[in-house]
Write a protein that binds this ligand. Structure first.
Ligand code: GTP
Ligand code: MG
Length: 483
């Protein structure tokens, strides 16, 4: 038993019971039609009683009979008025009537153990509850529907077929027959590895969708990074001052743009400093940059472009193709604003080295086309803005949305959003490499079968066909009580 709604004053409050005695226990605190006789999927109006048998509240009780319930067991949902007092008294009353309190995620855990859903679907339940944007919700819903499970099932089936043929061959090893055509096996294993790798690699996009697209705001001290964060958020989140070195530590804030959630990280300004605390801050700036999906490099447009800072930053990034957008800020102070300088407009070809903008440059430029200027540091595109005046910020928002769209568009139909899934897929990919090597070297059937079985076992941990208690404990402890 557990409350399914939060501990707050609300219109209604729902208490949930599941298990073979659920309906009998509900009957003990109920005045109304006998619930023990009620059919599955029926709702009943009546009165719930407190520990003394006094009327507590009017309520609607919904009955679900096994196996047609969320958990697969007999279940009862009691909806009362959303008073904290009623909720507490009802809890006591149900405890006295024989119910026990549920652990976090226990309902979903039982649903999994009773075969109502597999592990990836159970995890999707937690994701859908936590989803904060349309994109995150869409991925979680697809996983809950079983799209990922079905794809895994297809992969497992193909592998099982191969394994069966190999086992047959082992049974008839005396006769030197080859049931499993080796070149067919090789093609199949290659295809499966390709799909497993694609799924494992979709994690970076999936993670960005689920937890927000990490966007680091980096650049020299005093360039207006914190002002930009505040302007994007529409409120003063970070401290802004004319003193260089104002931001000492990273400041995080989330914002919805289009269908996506962004996680902005304002950082300490890059400059030579002897202050040990500021140095730590600058180290953190580099870390934030290397972990970001997109870097907004903010520079003061009234000063020479700080190419050296950008070069140093580039060296700390662990990718050869970072997504960096240069923002030339304080354009309101430049004598001849690049915003009006038509000759500074970049041609389409000037954008071709940056993947996120290449596909979208036309669309962005039509609405606010003068904001993009010749880049002081190709291949990264540059945009003139004014964090305090607001110029160029609409274009920046469009750029961000399009970056997010591009990030999530090319990843195929199924995305993974869970580090556990990525790890299992990476393990499966490693054993598939062993399998391919064994096939290439025409190794004996028993060795090939061994790699096949290892791959199958990694894929099985995903859906929980072979769950370990440790995995189950980790997954369900992340749930809220009552789910
Ligand atoms: N005129 C003008 N001033 C700006 C603009 N953006 C920021 N400023 C000013 O520049 C100064 C520094 O701004 P911050 O946002 O604190 O700069 P920062 O990059 O976060 O600086 P550090 O945290 O020290 O690295 C402040 O006085 C801001 O008001 C702008 O677009 N135009
Ligand atoms: Mg700052």
């Amino acid at each position: 038993m557990a409350p399914a709604t939060p501990s707050q004053v609300s219109a209604i409050s729902v208490m949930r019971l599941s298990g073979p005695d659920a309906i009998a226990i509900a009957d003990r605190i109920w005045k109304g039609k006998k619930l023990g006789k009620a059919a599955s999927h029926t709702a009943h109006f009546g009165t719930v009683l407190d520990t003394q048998g006094r009327e507590l509240d009017q309520a609607v009780v919904t009955i679900y009979r096994a196996p047609h319930s969320y958990t697969g067991e007999d279940s009862v949902e009691i909806s009362t008025h959303g008073s904290l007092y009623v909720r507490q008294e009802l809890l006591q009353s149900l405890l006295q009537a024989g119910a026990v309190t549920a652990q976090p995620g226990e309902f979903t855990r039982r649903a999994f153990l009773n075969g109502r859903m597999d592990l990836t679907q159970a995890e999707a339940v937690a994701d859908i509850i936590a989803s904060e944007s349309r994109a995150a919700h869409k991925v979680a819903l697809s996983q809950l529907r079983g799209d990922f499970s079905k794809r895994l099932d297809q992969l497992r089936r193909s592998l099982l077929e191969m394994a069966t043929l190999l086992e047959l061959e082992l049974d008839f090893s005396e006769e030197d027959v080859e049931f499993a055509n080796r070149s067919k096996l090789l093609t199949l294993a290659k295809d499966i590895k390709q799909e497993v790798d694609r799924l494992a690699n979709s994690f970076s996009a999936g993670d960005a969708i689920k937890n927000g697209i990490t966007t680091a705001i980096v650049g020299p001290a005093n360039a207006g990074k914190s002002s930009l964060l505040n302007a994007l958020l529409g409120h003063d989140r970070a401290i802004v001052s004319p003193i260089a070195g104002t931001t000492r530590d990273t400041v995080e804030a989330t914002l919805h743009l289009g269908d996506h959630l962004f996680r902005f990280i304002d950082t300490a300004g890059l400059r030579a400093t002897s202050d040990p605390i500021e140095q730590i801050g600058i180290e953190r700036t580099h870390t934030a940059g290397s972990q970001a999906s997109l870097i907004l490099f903010v520079a003061d447009a009234t000063l020479p472009f700080p190419a050296e800072s950008l070069r140093t930053l580039e060296q700390t990034l662990n990718t050869d193709h970072p997504s960096i957008l240069i923002l030339l800020n304080k354009s309101d102070l430049t004598e001849k604003s690049p915003l009006t300088d038509e000759s500074a407009l970049i041609e389409k070809s000037g954008l071709t080295n940056n993947s996120a903008i290449t596909d979208n440059s036309d669309a962005i430029r039509t609405s606010d086309h003068v904001a993009f200027v010749t880049s002081p540091y190709p291949p990264y595109p540059a945009l003139t803005i004014s964090a305090t005046g607001g110029q160029g910020l609409d274009t920046l928002r469009q750029y961000l949305t399009r970056h997010a769209d591009a990030l999530t568009a090319n990843t195929g139909d199924i995305l993974i959003t869970n580090a556990r899934h990525q790890q299992a897929l990476q393990h499966a990919s490693a054993t598939l490499t062993d399998l391919l090597t064994a096939l290439h070297n025409a190794l004996p059937a028993d060795l090939i079968a061994q790699h096949l079985r290892a791959t199958l076992s990694h894929l099985s941990t995903l859906t929980g066909t072979i769950p370990s208690t440790e995995i189950l404990a980790t997954i369900f402890s992340r749930f809220c009580i009552g789910k």
